[in-house]
Design a protein. Structure first.
Length: 95
């Protein structure tokens, strides 16, 4: 992943769409991704513990083996999203 991608992810002004982005293995626990688009993103082995994905577009995203403990997915688009072997302990999947 390029340093430019990391800068964009850390800048709240630019957090809009990261479609098809490869973020394998990153730690973004406790981050707010409300309304952000991660459509088709590779999120394998990522740590999103206590992150907020409320109203986010996660369609087709791959969360294989991701840490999603206590993550908020309220009203998120999870169509065709893969969470195989992900830890969803306490996650909010409502909506």
């Amino acid at each position: 992943m390029s340093s430019e991608s990391l800068v964009m992810l850390n800048s709240s002004e630019n957090m809009k769409c990261f479609e098809n982005l490869n973020l394998e293995g990153v730690d973004y626990s406790y981050q707010n991704f409300k309304g952000v688009c991660f459509k088709g993103a590779n999120l394998i082995n990522c740590n999103f513990q206590c992150a907020i994905f409320e109203e986010a577009n996660l369609s087709g995203a791959n969360f294989y083996c991701a840490n999603l403990k206590y993550t908020n997915f309220k009203n998120a688009n999870l169509s065709n999203c893969s969470m195989f072997k992900a830890d969803l302990t306490g996650a909010n999947l409502s909506g």
